[in-house]
Each structure stands twice: as C-alpha cells, then as structure tokens.
Design a protein around this ligand. Sequence first.
Ligand code: FES
Ligand code: FE
Length: 438
Amino acid sequence: MVTATERNELIDRLERTVEPEQGWIPMFVYSDPDVYRLELERVFGKTWLFLAHESEVPNPGSFVVRDMGEQSVIVGRGDDETVRVFLNSCRHRGMKLACEDFGEVENWRCPYHGFTYGSKGEFMGTMRGAPFERKAYPQGLDKDALRLIEARCETYDGLIFATWDRDGESLEEFLGDARWYLDLLFGRAEMEVVGVPQKWVVPSGWKLPSDNFTSDAYHTATAHSFLGRLGLTKGVDFGRDGYHVSPGHGHGLGIGIHFDEESYFPPELQDEYRSNLSEDQYKVLSRLKNLHGNIFPHMSFLQPNFIELGGRKVSGMMLRVWQPIGHDRLQVWSWHLIEKNGPQWWKDAAKAAYVQTFGSSGMFDQDDTENWELQTKNANSALAREGEIVLHYGMGLEGEPLTEFPGPGAVYDGKFSEAAGRVYWRTWLDLILAGERS
Ligand code: FES
Ligand code: FE
C-alpha cells in the first residue's frame, strides 16, 4: 500500500519520464505494481473497454461474463433485446451473481441468499414464492435501490464496449477514425464468433502485447521467421509492405497490401462486402493481405497474412483482449470470427488456419509469448525499477503522413513506424495524469 505522497511522487515521475513524443519510454511502467494500481483506476476505470461480440449474446436472456479491469461484469441481452452490462455483484452482500462463463437465463438468482434480478437489472425480490421475504423484511424492500449497478454500454460493428465513465465521450467519438478500419474486419459482412473464446494465462504485463498489435510490424521478420523458412510465405515482406495507421485516441494498426488482380477473400462474399463498405473501403479490402491493430487500451485484432493451403488463400481472423490479472500477468482472451454467410470451405479453412497460427497452441503465439514474458522479467529488474532502462520508441519519428490514402487518420507509407505506439503512450499518460493528486 503506497502513501498519498508516494503515489503523487509516482505520478510526477511518470509525467517526467514517459516521453512518447521524444520516443522514450521507461521500462518499469510495463509491470510496476503501483503503476498497475493507477491503471486500474484511471485507465480501466475510465475508458471504453471491449467486452464481447453481439453474436455471443444472440437471444433475450443470453449472457457472458467478462471483466472491466479486475471487476467481473455480466454482458446480457435483456428480454427487450437491448444489450446491457452489469457489475457481477449482488446488492445484498456482493456475491457474484453469475459464476459461469456464459448461459441463458430468465433471471439471475444469487447463489448466496437468493436475491433475484431480471434481465434488465431490476431487483425482483427473493426467489420464487419469496421465501421468508415477509418475515425477513416485514417493512418491505426498496426495489429501485437494489438495481444492479450498470455500466454505460454501446456497440459498433457488433463489438460491445462498456465504460464506467457516465459522462465522457460516446463510443463513436472514442473510436473516431479507427472505425473506418474496424469496418474492414468487423463491418464488411455479418460476422459471428466461432465457439467460445480460448483463455490462457501469460506471465506478461498487459501493455506489451497491446503495444505490439498497435505498432509493431517490425518484429515479424525476426520473431516469426519460421513462416519464410517453411516456405509458407515469400520472404518477410508481410511485415514491411503496406501502411502504418495512427487513427488517434491511442488506437493503432498496420495494413498489408498485395498487388494481385484478385481479392484474397472468397468470391462468394464479394456482394455482401460491397453492400456494407464504401467504395474506398472495398478497394482496400480487395487488396488486403493482412491487418493488425489495437483499440486502446487492450483490444487487439488481426486478419493474419493469407497463406496458401490446399491451393486456396486462407486467413483465420482473430480478436483479442489482454485481460490484466496483476501487474505482471495477463489472461489472453482469443476469439475467432468468421462471415456468417460465408461458404463452408472458407469457414473450415479459416478456422483451421486460426487454430494453427494463433490461439493457445498457435505457432505465432508461442513466438510472441516468449518475448513478452522475458521482457516482463526485465521490466521487473532492479535497474528497470530505478529508471535505468529506457526503451526506444523512435521509429518513424520524422515520417510524414501520406495525403492520398483513402482512409482517415495519420497514414504512413510502409509498416515500419511506431507513430501509433507513441500516441498509445500519450493517451495512456494523459489518462494517468487526468486523475486528482491526493
Ligand atoms: Fe446475494 Fe446475499 S449476497 S443474496
Ligand atoms: Fe507477433
């Protein structure tokens, strides 16, 4: 437990030493326990957080259990079809209402004493027949005061986000220019999640992978060089050719482009793509070879590099959350999404590619995880804690954005840039500094 003075000193230290615009970030911020406590309050307690895809809660009464920071929440579709997000905590003694990962219910009944809540978060009393209600509460219960605590919830392209900030910007404002690019993955067609998300624990600070997906196409040539060596791709150009995009708000992405005549995506889906995307978006999708990115703070996405399997080009799309479960540990949540109306060959091949390349046994994940784990160890070292280790974030510092690219945001030619990474750190620092000093 740090004192108020120590906490203020830490905030001052961060203000002094985190220098995104100069391209320098002190390494201790990746896994310092006191920084982590500040993040839970000032980042995860304030900003929009991705929780689920709408296809995971298809029916009235369906719900999934997720986390906002370290707080468990229920994402549920009400009997009025509206998706809402509630703190997973009973108003009586704070027991978790939903202990399972997902389900479909008419009511949530607390497993402790039986307080029951409807799908809109309303308190309904104790369970059927109101056992003991008249004896236990002869004066009656104020049902309004016992509603579940609700977060602000909005969706974009089927992606469900929530925030505890009641009066801040809307989700559309928060996503800003990133929406144009999210459409290429999540809005190009009716998408659905395949199965349930895979989850596993990695001994890494949560910002390392978030930062990687924001602006690190550079690592692919080295960390994932097996692709070229196995002949699955020609060289390592998938990490270099294309565009780096800094859409603002701390989001970031990289787009790999090919110059073949035909789109790599299935011909059967082209009409649906055309009807959902603008002409410019459709043109970019037709040239798309890969797309990686991160929505601040910790939702990552990837349309991996298309590889040739069985004479067809295949790519298994994924969505990630780097769920913090401590200052130096995270739980990976990994979803595979596919076009609901896509042909069966595409669904099968994309799933096979996803499982092989990403996911708990994915070849790419194993490459990346080792780096994040060992970086975290270094970030926990005495020298890092003392501020001796400062990391270089200067790639593309002099770069000028393109003027002719059809998509919005600051777009740079070639994927070798850390421009979006610098904005990620600026956004992070601004949130940390925005709270009160005690
Ligand atoms: Fe939920 Fe008592 S804690 S009913
Ligand atoms: Fe990687």
